[in-house]
Write a protein that binds this ligand. Sequence first.
Ligand SMILES: Cc1cc2nc3c(=O)[nH]c(=O)nc-3n(C[C@H](O)[C@H](O)[C@H](O)COP(=O)(O)O)c2cc1C
Length: 218
Amino acid sequence: MIKMEEFGELIKTRRSIRKFQDKPVPEDFLVKAIELAAWAPNGGNYQPWKFLIITNKELIHKMGDAVKAKTEIMASWPEAVICGGMLERWKKTSDFFRGAPACIAVLMGRYSSIADQVLQARGETDPVAREIRSYRQLGNSSLQSVAAAITYLVLIFHSFGLGTTWMAGPQQAKKEIEQLLDVPPEWDFVDLIPVGYPAETPKTAGRKPVSEVIQFFR
Ligand SMILES: Cc1cc2nc3c(=O)[nH]c(=O)nc-3n(C[C@H](O)[C@H](O)[C@H](O)COP(=O)(O)O)c2cc1C
């Protein structure tokens, strides 16, 4: 068993990496990390995920163009002024993943638990069923499962000496990215994970003290 100090160190030293060395990532590392990440807990062991590994530079740039185009549309809306100075930064950085030698597009499948199936069959008219369904949609089990796998994935890559950033931002170009990657209609693109050897050592803003985020019911 890995010692708690070592595991804690691994967890605490992982940072989101947005600048990468111009050095390819061995395919074996990419496959091994995904193989291990798939051991994450997941709803009903349905494993509602697929990981598309993109090392083709042209394809990465096309995804970057699609994300940037959507950023520019949103940034041009008058409502975007609420972002203040962050707006210019967002415009410059939303497609930073272009600089990564590899990107993993994470797809989410549609897992339907026993409860989901019962609720589906019950239909819209029963208010209790409607209420429970809304709770389950909010805490979408497939999305929770995919998030668990990505949590493992970024940590595993860190243990290999590789940098990543978990990116939900590229969802703004979901349709375009799904077209570029030929994603079947029953799958949804949810996250992009650029992977590469780090070319930066970001500082951390740290985390809230544990006392702020826990509550005992003794
Ligand atoms: C669900 C999720 C979505 C995120 N999306 C983005 C993103 O679109 N772009 C980005 O640069 N970072 C993104 N991040 C990274 C966070 O900004 C980062 O994890 C957070 O600031 C803490 O920094 P650290 O990862 O270095 O500890 C995302 C992280 C998570 C968990």
